[in-house]
Design a protein around this ligand. Structure first.
Ligand SMILES: [Zn+2]
Ligand SMILES: [Zn+2]
Length: 167
């Protein structure tokens, strides 16, 4: 099971202490934004959201904080979404389901049980060092919207572009 944000915040503070990173209010706010929303925000999205709670924060500080958090292994960059980096606080093994319609990135459990299982399957080809899997599709939410539209038979209205998350 993937962990919830509250548990992750507690773990975050523990991890910071163990790794020797000072927990500041700004670092906590930036981290919270990534951990609580589970939607793999970009630096701009994080900045816009944190600014509402911490008006004094600058985009520059957000970038520096992201670098620091990444350096300490508390978050990582998701690069498969689009050209811009998105950030993830879920350190458990998981894949990303990228919705081509709404641009959301969903955490999905790993399709393999563990590394050994992949290695077993790859034994004839070589030694596995890392695995990346790209899953693209249409998320259930978008699928439901489409179904509703079909029911209403309002095809003209549905031609209007849906609000898409900007990358
Ligand atoms: Zn979607
Ligand atoms: Zn993720």
């Amino acid at each position: 099971m993937l962990k919830g944000p509250e548990k992750r915040q507690k773990e975050f503070i523990d991890l910071c202490r163990r790794r020797g990173m000072r927990v500041t209010g700004q670092r906590l706010e930036v981290y919270r934004e990534i951990a609580e929303n589970l939607d793999h925000p970009s630096a701009d999205m994080i900045y816009e959201a944190v600014r509402k709670r911490v008006p004094a924060i600058s985009l520059d500080t957000v970038y520096r904080t992201l670098d620091t958090l990444e350096e300490f292994g508390l978050i990582y960059r998701v690069n498969e979404v689009c050209a811009r980096a998105h950030f993830d606080a879920n350190l458990e093994p998981h894949h990303h389901f990228f919705c081509v319609r709404c641009n959301n990135v969903l955490d999905v459990p790993p399709v393999w049980k563990d590394r050994e299982e992949i290695q077993d399957k790859m034994a004839d080809y070589g030694r596995v060092k890392s695995v990346s899997l790209q899953i693209r599709g249409i998320c259930n939410k978008c699928e439901q919207i489409t179904e509703l539209e079909k029911e209403k038979e309002s095809w003209q209205a549905s031609k209007e572009p849906k609000p898409k998350r900007t990358c």
